[in-house]
Design a protein around this ligand. Sequence first.
Ligand code: NAP
Length: 552
Amino acid sequence: MSNDIRRTLGTSKMVSQISTPPNSINDVDTVIVGAGFAGMYMLYRLRNLGLTVQILEAGDGVGGTWYWNRYPGARCDTESMFYSYQFSNDLQQEWEWTERYPRQPEILKYANHVADRFDLRRDIIFGTRVISAKWHEKKQIWYIKTSTPNHISAQFCIMATGCLSSPNIPDISGLNEFEGDIFHTGLWPDQHVNFANKSVAILGTGSSGIQVIPEIAKDAKRLYVFQRTANYVVPAHNRPLNSKEVSYIKANYSKIRAKAKQTYSGNIFETGGPSALAVSNEERSREYEERWQMGGLCFMAAYEDLQVSPEANETAAKFIRNKIKEAVNDINVAELLSPKNLFGCKRLCVASGYYETFNRKNVNLIDVSEKSIDCITPNGVSVDSKEFKVDTIVLATGFDAMTGALKKIDITGIGNIKLKEKWQDGPRTYLGLTTTGFPNFFTITGPGSPSVLTNMIPSVEQHVEWVSECVRFMMSRGLKKIVASSSAENGWMEHANDLAEKSLRSTCLSWYLGSNVPGKPRIFMPYIGGVPIYVEKCENVVANGYFGFEMS
Ligand code: NAP
């Protein structure tokens, strides 16, 4: 079967369900791009202010990242009771999560429940991709063109396009000529994909790869895992939630949520102390072991200097490397799986049974760290002139993170300035919410905000509430236009970059830095100062009369 990568990675079923909206130009107060958790809550808030709002969504359903990432094993690694909205107490009381970490279908069900419960669908047009957004200075309005004949004009344009929503398809020669099936984890079809009796190649061992690998290994005849960089993977220890803990959390939700907002990542992780080097070896090992047994991302919070001191970092790295040796039977495979880079510099991965999967007879780990993949042949993957014949290729190769979805849209601001051009040396924002030269334009969890370093849904809520309060403020004073000043943006970028330079996280090749996408400028994109400091800065801007913004 001849196989075109563009066709294979297309979501044929989803596209076929799309109905074409009428050929029209609608005027609304606000256009929101994207119907994930950010877009839905933004719609809810602005509608409550009395604004007319239209969401444009490329998929045929709500859920954003959880709509597209349907790969086997897809699961959130933030705990379900907290990876959920808190804006409605009724909602958080009535919704029943079943497991400690929610599976993708359960999160999607939750997103659909939210859409129905708050009657959001009537203001969402599905199957409509935004192609361009152009600011008209005279009319003080955004014109939005879409993939359908439906074009829209609006006073405000809000990008709720997600941080990890633009799939990164590697530029490997021959990919188009592969004769089997190719799937990207971030564009997974909504039909069952059958791996039984198939030989499968997986490229990528990040958070998506480490979740999908154990699942495919169970079904496939042979699984080749092509690993370029070994990652640190901590166990999830996922389990069903019990009614006692659920009742406790529900009874104390506001207290627990408030406490989470005081932590660096917006998660209720207690720190084990200021420095891994200030305690004895025994105490440190006990701390790491407790966190390993607890499971999940709390390992990151073990000591406050893990991302500052290479020596402290090495203690955590060593602990995990030892765990890998214990889990993996073949010493050479264990060595290959052991990360050489700093702990937590790339996003820490959370999985169930990842390392043990390499003890299966049907799984082979192929190191492509030094000799990269030569090419994809019609029948497989070639490395160092050796062909691995496969029926299916799974690309778990990640995303053009944080800026990819925005740069795909032709966005034009004041004086015909293009966002793509303005950001050619990396994204520049004020607070990660706005960018100079683009009036009435907001980015929810945009680059320059803590976003991907935090529990995403509370961060989404904080941004949505900031934007809706800003819009309310403007309405109450008859103001029509808001734009960040250059000096405010320059100040924010300087501050954000200064902080990033102090962290070990900005020293390795990761998608935080854009280094996973060839040609992408290297700049640490998320704000690394932590949730409490960031929120305080956002609140100070408001308290000081929207300091750094020009309003008219
Ligand atoms: P990722 O972390 O960027 O991992 C991509 C993987 O593909 C890396 O191992 C990368 O190797 C490899 N790769 C890319 N191009 C390659 C090539 N040409 N040849 C060989 N290998 C190649 O992407 P991801 O796993 O999709 O995760 C992205 C982020 O999404 C995560 O960090 C996380 O924030 C989020 N996520 C969360 C969950 C969850 O909640 N459980 C699940 C999935 C994703 P290199 O490392 O060498 O570049």
